[in-house]
Design a protein around this ligand. Structure first.
Ligand code: PMP
Ligand code: GLN
Length: 412
């Protein structure tokens, strides 16, 4: 095997999704909705499949189906505050993963430093390493003990952030709304990151797959829309997260043509193109949503409202059980301090795993409750920061959350 893949063989999703299935556990682990997507997106795929047409059965344009990229340029141009060129500024990929992989492969070279803000979606680290880059980690930290209870209270320290940058820094990867903390970066926080990117002339890879999922009056600010940032930012998105169809695995990168053309080179030489019917269906889905924008029928209004209620329900259940959840501002997830759990893990002490890995395995096996350990979202050196937290996914049927409540009630 290629040495490039040394040390990246373990994968938290494979490990814990397999365990959850084996144990037939209530699954609050892997992030996917267990409820149906909106009717119109299901209908769009059904309509596409019902028509016998070469155009929808066979290969489409390699770097993005024309109807999809055209629709996306209409939708996203006003949101980014720039005229997005459908053919040059967008690459359609296999999921957000594909867009992250294309971005990192296209730009990261041997010994390039890449700053990754913790907690981070786990695949950033191996992707940077496989490309030969050196990941440099900086954690979001609670400003004070009082502010630690909400994701908004977790921030980057200006001096600490500036110290991460140097002449070898090629890129910074951020994620807003964040998985797993649920942090939504404020404009001021993004302005600070933008200032550093411009000062040290580096790229920003902004993972915004949860861009529509904001609670209360939190606003999604696209760092690419800040002054001087369009030219140096790759924004990652996911149809899976947008339309609750994670199994469709369709995503994209949006950015200036001079950057996107290098991602297109990666794509045309590796995957070449994405499934045509899915791209056609997602195009129609976006067209429907554009006609509903701002109305009560908009899925971009309905889904975050539903998720906020589910978040609140889950927060209450966890609090009633004596745990301390950190209230997220957006996304699918929350993390909760579970240090008060009195579980004897001495059996697994020698496994070499972090405490949260051992605890999550214990919970899945013994209480039939599947979650995700948060140290998966930290580099090895920083694991101690959240070893006593675990991640819960609240993008679930109310019934699933009730099952979790039942398990915790019976336990206490
Ligand atoms: N980024 C983040 C922050 C994620 O949580 C995920 C998981 N969906 C992805 C990227 C990958 O998205 P996709 O499933 O579309 O590949
Ligand atoms: N993004 C989802 C999560 O964080 C799924 C990740 C995966 O299955 N690879 O749970």
């Amino acid at each position: 095997p290629s040495k490039r893949y040394d040390g990246v063989d373990r994968n938290v999703w494979i490990e814990f999704t397999t365990l959850a299935a084996e144990c037939k556990a209530v699954n609050l682990g892997q992030g996917f909705p267990d409820f149906s997507p909106p009717e119109h997106i299901k209908q769009a795929l059904a309509d596409v499949a019902a028509v016998d047409s070469v155009a929808t059965y066979q290969y489409t344009r390699g770097v993005g189906h024309p109807r999809l990229v055209k629709t996306m340029s209409k939708l996203f141009s006003p949101l980014f505050g720039i005229e997005i060129d459908a053919l040059k500024d967008i690459l359609i990929t296999i999921g957000g993963y594909g867009a992250l992989y294309a971005s990192i492969s296209a730009f990261i070279e041997h010994e390039d430093e890449v700053i990754i803000v913790e907690p981070f979606f786990d695949c950033y680290e191996p992707m940077v390493k496989i490309a030969g880059g050196i990941p440099k980690f900086i954690p979001l930290k609670p400003k004070s003990k009082e502010s630690a209870g909400t994701s908004a209270g977790w921030t980057l320290d200006r001096d600490e952030l500036e110290k991460m940058f140097n002449k070898n820094t090629k890129a910074i990867i951020i994620n807003t709304p964040n998985n797993p903390l649920g942090k939504v970066y404020s404009r001021e926080e993004l302005e600070l990151i933008a200032e550093m990117c411009i000062k040290y002339d580096c790229l920003c890879i902004s993972d915004e797959v949860y861009e529509w999922l904001l609670f209360e009056d939190n606003k999604h600010v696209r760092i690419a829309s800040l002054p001087g940032m369009w030219d140096r930012t790759l924004t990652i998105g996911s149809a899976g997260k947008t339309f609750s169809v994670t199994g469709w695995k369709l995503g994209w990168a949006i950015g200036p043509s001079q950057l996107i053309k290098h991602l297109q080179t990666v794509w045309q030489n590796s995957v070449y193109t994405c499934p045509t019917p899915l791209q056609e269906a997602v195009a129609r889905g976006f067209e429907t949503e554009m006609s509903r924008m701002g109305t009560d029928e908009s899925y971009f209004k309905i889904l975050p409202e539903q998720l906020q209620a589910k978040r609140d329900r889950m927060v209450q259940v966890l609090k009633d059980f004596g745990l301390k959840p950190i209230i997220p501002q957006g996304g699918y997830f929350l993390i909760a301090d579970i240090s008060s759990l009195n579980v004897d893990l001495s059996d697994s002490k020698d496994s070499g795993d972090a405490w949260d890995y051992r605890l999550v395995k214990w919970l899945t096996r013994n209480k039939k409750l599947a979650t995700i350990p948060t140290t998966a979202f930290y580099c090895k050196e920083h694991r101690h920061l959240t070893e006593k937290y675990i991640r819960f996914c609240f993008c679930k049927e109310d019934e699933t959350i009730e099952k979790m409540e039942k398990i915790l009630k019976e336990w206490s």
